[in-house]
Design a protein around this ligand. Sequence first.
Ligand SMILES: [Zn+2]
Length: 72
Amino acid sequence: MGTIQPMRARRRAKCPICGKAPAADLQPFCSRRCAQIDLGRWLNGSYAIPGEQVPDPNSPEGGGASKDEDEV
Ligand SMILES: [Zn+2]
């Protein structure tokens, strides 16, 4: 439990996007661009977010938006 923290280790952390040394004011990212990319991943659901219901297009029952509320 607890809060999800996008940032991992602070010390000697590399940019999670490109692996470069992070900028002092943009840690852990090396640039705003990489920060935006990481943020975009979050918004796109690339990261597993507990409690977040994401419609699964591969689900045999998927495809119906009206069923979202029936599933727990
Ligand atoms: Zn980077």
